[in-house]
Design a binder for this molecule. Structure first.
Ligand SMILES: *Cc1c(COP(=O)(O)O)cnc(C)c1O
Length: 482
């Protein structure tokens, strides 16, 4: 662009004062403080100036800038972190907040958040208590562990265990288990940060017990087993069972007792943390925490918001004297849970005292276990609600079989049979609609696209409110096309 032309465009930019007098911008001042509206208007003019200088041909007339200001005003009024409708069929969806919480857990959060609580108060003895006590007994009762501690998340739990028990010493891990979990959690990196020396054994596909025993030295502090949460190796593969690692460690410890050295521990980073055996998934069902402990793990850690279906947390269970050491590690203070999470975790754990209650009340478990007949019924409801809401002739609806996923790095091989409402477009199209449903709705709707149709998986809907929201969202999309 010529310099003169550039200057002319810059000079043509509207003044802040002029934009502020526009009715739409005046309307913004009903819900936003004037100073904020002024900032927004300044911001869009600045953006336009920058765009012109960068040689962009984007429209910078007053109407375009007002539209931009109005949109960014709307964004300001809307919480950034807000509810969405999950029609993706991924149950533990890390981008969508993993596990929705049970009603009693939500109520417990409300009760402790809105006032004072017994967070660190021992009401039996009228003295200072410990925040660790609220969940420990329940966790032990449910897993058969001697002791337990809960921290911020499982990544924190892994870091804490490695730091306390393996810093400056060796931890042996199979090459087949050097995993990356989403969000930059990679076992080798966590090891390095903890100060543990990682000793890799075996190969990518096969690791034998002999690989561990060959690598064992006087400096070995830990045999680490990492659950391959989000993938499975198929074919010519072999890994060593916890039970065998336990036997190896026991033999080594016998020898060390005579020599007077520190013991070697077996620690499993289990990830998903299941309390109930999901037999329907057969050989692919995740191991339960109790099973890992029975197999001889000294320590097991897992997430609170994956299969457990509670709040974000990392729970470490195992032998009492080991957990006691973790409780006095300075990281326990750094990584401690807040009262809201503790309340939610305790309430969630309480539901597990009766497995049937847990499967009914904990949304994540309920969604995993919900029978196809109930899913079919909901699909019919959703289809009817959409049919009744949208203008005639703009789309055709059908109910189709599909698969949902557990997500959250659990049950990666398990197809969970589901039903989707398939929306085929006569007006507009799936891509545009998907965008509209996410970006233009107060409650964004997350579906998925397949063969130019929008699929709405009903397994991950929370209830009638989600069905109504979906119907309203599609109605709004087709109406805005006019
Ligand atoms: C998910 C997972 C983690 C990380 O847990 P967060 O609770 O997300 O911090 C660590 N290890 C394994 C094996 C996992 O599956």
């Amino acid at each position: 662009m010529e310099k003169a032309q550039l200057n002319e465009r810059l000079r043509g930019l509207p003044q802040v004062e002029v934009l502020l007098q526009h009715p739409l911008v005046e309307q913004m001042q009903a819900t936003l403080p004037r100073a904020v509206v002024v900032d927004v208007v300044r911001g869009v003019i600045d953006d336009a100036r920058r765009a012109i200088l960068a040689g962009s041909e984007a429209a910078t007339d007053a109407d375009s800038l007002i539209a931009a200001a109005f949109l960014s005003g709307l964004r300001l009024q809307q919480p950034s972190l807000r509810r969405v409708v999950n029609a993706s069929g991924v149950i533990v969806h890390t981008n969508l907040g993993r596990s929705p919480m049970a009603t009693s857990a939500v109520q417990a959060v409300h009760d402790v958040a809105a006032g004072y609580s017994t967070l660190e108060y021992d009401s039996d003895n009228l003295c200072r208590g410990s925040r660790h006590m609220h969940c420990e007994q329940l966790i032990c009762a449910l897993t058969g562990a001697e002791a337990a501690i809960a921290v911020n998340n499982n990544a924190a739990a892994v870091m804490m265990v490695l730091t306390e028990f393996a810093a400056g010493r060796e931890a042996i891990v199979s090459r087949g288990e050097l995993v990356e979990i989403g969000g930059s959690f990679r076992i080798p990196d966590v090891m390095r940060t903890s100060g543990a020396h990682m000793v890799e054994v075996g190969t990518t596909n096969k690791t034998h017990l002999a690989d561990y025993s060959t690598a064992m030295s006087a400096d070995t502090a830990m045999l680490l087993k990492v659950h391959p949460s989000n993938y499975r190796m198929m074919g010519f593969t072999e890994s060593v069972a916890l039970r065998d690692l336990h036997r190896l460690a026991a033999a080594e410890n016998e020898y060390r007792r005579e020599e007077g050295g520190a013991e070697v521990l077996v620690y499993e980073d289990q990830g998903s943390g299941s309390f109930v055996r999901l037999d329907a998934f057969g050989e692919f069902a995740e191991p339960t925490v109790a099973e890992s402990l029975r197999a001889g793990a000294d320590l097991v850690s897992f997430s609170g918001d994956k299969l457990l279906g509670g709040p974000q947390a990392g729970i470490i269970v195992g032998r009492r004297e080991l957990i006691e050491r973790l409780k006095v590690n300075p990281l326990a203070r750094v990584l401690r849970l807040d009262k809201m999470t503790l309340a939610a975790l305790e309430a969630t754990l309480r539901l597990y005292l009766d497995t049937e209650v847990a499967k009914r009340e904990i949304p994540t478990l309920r969604m995993i276990c919900e029978p196809i007949e109930a899913i079919e019924e909901r699909a019919a409801e959703l289809s009817a609600a959409i049919e009744a809401a949208v203008p005639k002739g703009c789309c055709s609806l059908s109910i189709e079989p599909e698969v949902s996923r557990c997500g959250g790095g659990a049950l990666p091989m398990c197809d969970i049979e589901t039903r989707v409402v398939r929306v085929a477009f006569s007006r507009g199209n799936a891509l545009e609609c998907e965008r509209y449903l996410v970006q233009q709705r107060e409650v964004p709707v997350i579906g998925r696209i397949k063969n130019e149709a929008l699929l709405l998986d009903v397994r991950t809907l929370m209830g009638p409110a989600d069905v109504a929201e979906l119907a309203a969202a599609l109605k709004a999309y087709f109406t805005h096309l006019k």
